[in-house]
Design a protein around this ligand. Sequence first.
Ligand code: ZN
Length: 149
Amino acid sequence: MSDLRDLYQEVIIDHGRRPRNFGELKPADREADGFNPLCGDKLHLALTLDRDIVTDVKFTGSGCAISMASASLMTETLKGKPVSEAERLFDEFTAMVTVEEGARERAAELGKLGVLAGVREYPARVKCATLAWHTLDAALKDVGEASTE
Ligand code: ZN
């Protein structure tokens, strides 16, 4: 288990340091800003859609390693997925980091996103991990802004 933990840690540090899909996306079909006042994490998320498929997604911003890694892993996961699947992943991811019951199964089902399951044990970091997803939700619903508060 500790080896697995180290591996998860490595993935998070790697994505935190070298976030994938970091940059501007213009023109975008949907955009939103997200802010986690608890930690100071800030994100701007932009995506393009072809009918209901997410064709591209990028983000800019600054924050702790967990918020950056979560946004990086999320953007990697979303490309090519339908909006309905993105919304389902938002629910599953949020449940994985907040609900004890069934967390292991959820982490396994979520694949790469599962590396963030460990934040459930650190309540202060949960909002860092979910910020990207709340921002995505705001972008998909076209409300422009998301706050974890
Ligand atoms: Zn944070």
